[in-house]
Design a protein around this ligand. Structure first.
Ligand code: G3I
Length: 300
């Protein structure tokens, strides 16, 4: 293929980008998006603070705008994210106990129902595990409602949209370490008990090296019977082009790695200000990392 999306499609995969609704009117941005990418993740527009700014009052504007763009351009949409400790609306941030649990369940039900049939996958739960060596859960208001909050979130999402793939998504899980092993154990437990989980997202906000067991880590999750996806890829550092190729080759080597999403289009669109971690320059030119990514998608 001659674009990221067509090349990935030839390998049975998608190649997506995180998109901000507010940038869709920028013709350089939209031009690259629609030429290169066949999947979209809303960068912020489907998060709790965006979709339910006041309890029980839902706002679909930004998310709907992105879905409409995607439908008009043949791109699939990855929903992000139904629950997270961050970007909660103010009213939820200080809630606790059964009131918060009920609010979470209602939020998941309403959002997954609104976007039913329009998103192919949901990040049902984002970043619920702690960094460091514990392998345990991150403390948060959601975690304090009870350790079963994650499986309740997945069961609620399944009931609302039985057709969507339901994913767990996290960062610093890009190799075999205490955090990724904690998640692995949760997924294994969910599969053994019939808790509905279909996929695991590896954000892959990377520095100047890719873990030597990056592919092996994807594979061990796939071997549990879930799909895996690279969900928020961006890579800083001087070895950027090689590292992008390594990530692409790792995904292609794992048959259940179904797609790759980069977390933005141009360096100037990135949340990592000053790190230039993406595939296009601020003016929209293809970087060396773009070429190495495309070549890796087309190899073999
Ligand atoms: O929308 C408000 C705007 O009204 C206000 O004027 C402005 C002033 O600061 O802020 C705007 O909100 C910002 C929002 O992005 C939309 O631009 C928030 O401050 C800012 O914190 C928010 O950052 C997002 C971040 O998640 C929040 O944690 C980034 O764009 C987004 O790229 C980032 O994405 C996360 C993934 O969801 C999960 N994984 C990590 C990844 C990177 O942090």
């Amino acid at each position: 293929g001659t674009t990221l999306g067509t090349s990935a499609a030839e390998k049975g995969r998608y190649f997506g980008a995180a998109v901000a609704a507010g940038r869709l009117g920028d013709s350089t941005y939209a031009g690259i998006l629609d030429r290169e990418f066949n999947a979209i993740t809303p960068e912020n527009e489907m998060k709790w603070d965006a979709t339910e700014p006041n309890q029980g009052q839902f706002r679909w504007t930004g998310g709907d705008q992105i879905v409409a763009h995607a439908q008009a351009h043949g791109q699939k949409v990855r929903g992000h994210t139904l629950t997270w400790h961050a970007q909660q609306p103010g009213w939820a941030q200080n809630m606790s106990g059964s009131a918060l649990r009920n609010a979470m369940v209602n939020h998941i039900t309403q959002v997954a129902t609104h976007y039913k049939g329009k998103v192919f996958a949901w990040d049902v739960v984002n970043e619920a595990f702690a960094d460091g060596g514990s392998g345990g859960r991150r403390d948060s208001n959601l975690q304090r409602t009870g350790n079963d909050w994650i499986e309740v979130a997945f069961r609620t999402a399944r009931a609302a949209d039985p057709g969507a793939k339901l994913c767990y998504n996290d960062y610093n899980t890009d190799g075999i370490n205490a955090k990724s092993t904690g998640i692995y154990n949760m997924v294994r437990d969910f599969k053994s008990r019939g808790v509905p989980i279909d996929c695991v997202g590896f954000q892959s906000h990377l520095g100047n090296s890719v873990s030597g067991d990056y592919q092996a880590n994807l594979q061990r999750f796939a071997d549990l019977g879930v799909d895996v996806q690279i969900t928020e890829l961006d890579i800083a550092g001087s070895n950027q082009a090689n590292n992008y190729a390594t990530v692409v080759r790792s995904c292609l080597a794992v048959s259940r790695c179904t797609g790759i999403t980069v977390w933005g289009i141009r360096d100037s669109d990135s949340w990592r200000t000053g790190e230039n971690p993406l595939l296009f320059t601020a003016s929209g030119a293809k970087k060396a990392a773009y070429t190495s990514t495309l070549n890796a998608l087309n190899a073999g």
